[in-house]
Design a protein around this ligand. Structure first.
Ligand code: NAP
Length: 283
């Protein structure tokens, strides 16, 4: 039976550090604040927003919502970005994406003040991740994976890691972060040949494919650490990951459940970035 790598345990430790940071800033008269820019009312955006605002409230971080209608113009959205950039009360900005198709997402990302890029979407933040420096902020989800590994004392040095997925949001930055932790990393995608053999070679497996249950016991072996980034809804309407948990769990050494794994940690990582942005601004 595998050890469960539980998001709530990682969140509890992260939250303590975040609250200490908030207390330090409050002593200087600074309340860290998140600006949330949302276009339209997509249910997944609203659900993430509820989680983020609840976590902010719990940790003493303020938030302000900037909501535009789904049919807003590019000009309206650019004005909002300008407003949050210039707003001194706001230290970090979360922009829900994907934006509706009529909007130019690249222009919006380019307009965002890199110092407020707590969700790690600007080119500057990507440079930070790929160069292994502290420029900008890393995307929250792959950082949440690293926080889980760190919390459970999983040393990546010299280990073989396989990342399934090569998106700019999860797969590629996760691979770079694992390299920074001295793992030897292979990235799989839809053109990978004989993925089960490749994944079986790994000591640490991070799965971010966006396909429910795409990795099962035929990809896995004993002794592996499995981090499941996927969030999918199965035929019964229940949340499930990209790993077939029922088949994987009896085989591997440790695994994150879905729900209860990476997702909840991501929210605390975001709030932690807001606090760090406020700290950077207030020396
Ligand atoms: P994405 O942009 O759709 O990218 C998926 C990647 O997986 C692509 O690189 C794709 O390969 C690869 N892939 C898809 N099917 C595959 C297969 N059968 N075999 C091997 N590779 C395959 O997705 P994403 O944004 O990275 O998100 C990945 C998952 O993480 C989703 O389930 C998403 O809901 C979840 N997610 C979770 C959080 C969180 O906080 N927990 C946050 C963000 C995303 P190609 O490049 O060849 O197409």
């Amino acid at each position: 039976m595998a050890k469960q790598l539980l998001g709530k345990e990682v969140v509890a430790a992260l939250n303590e550090r975040i609250m200490a940071g908030v207390a330090e800033l409050k002593e200087k008269g600074v309340t860290p604040a998140l600006g949330i820019v949302r276009v339209g009312e997509r249910e997944d955006d609203l659900s993430y927003e509820r989680g983020a605002t609840k976590r902010c409230e719990k940790l003493g971080v303020a938030f302000e919502k900037f909501v535009l209608p789904a049919d807003c113009t590019q000009e309206d959205l650019m004005k909002t970005i300008d407003e949050v950039n210039k707003n001194d009360r706001i230290h970090g900005v979360l922009i829900f994406r994907p934006l509706p198709k009529h909007l130019d997402e690249a222009a919006v990302i380019k307009a965002l003040d890199p110092e407020k890029d707590v969700d790690g979407i600007t080119d500057g933040s990507m440079v930070g991740v790929f160069a292994g420096t502290n420029q900008g902020f890393p995307p929250c989800t792959p950082q949440a994976c690293m926080e889980i590994l760190d919390h459970y004392g999983i040393d990546c040095t010299g280990k073989k890691a396989v990342v399934v997925g090569r998106s700019l949001v999860v797969g590629k930055p996760a691979a770079m972060m694992l390299i920074k932790k001295n793992a030897t990393v292979t990235v799989c995608h839809t053109r990978t040949v004989d993925m089960p053999s490749v994944v079986k070679e790994a000591d640490i497996v991070v799965v971010a494919a966006g396909r429910a249950g795409v990795v099962d016991d035929t990809y896995l072996r004993e002794g592996q650490i499995v981090i499941d980034v996927g969030i999918n809804v199965n035929a019964e309407g229940k949340l499930c990951g990209d790993v077939d948990y029922a088949k994987a769990e009896p085989v591997v050494e440790a695994i994150t459940p879905v729900p209860g794994g990476v997702g909840s940690v991501t929210t605390s990582v975001l709030v932690g970035h807001v606090v760090e942005a406020a700290r950077r601004k207030n020396g």
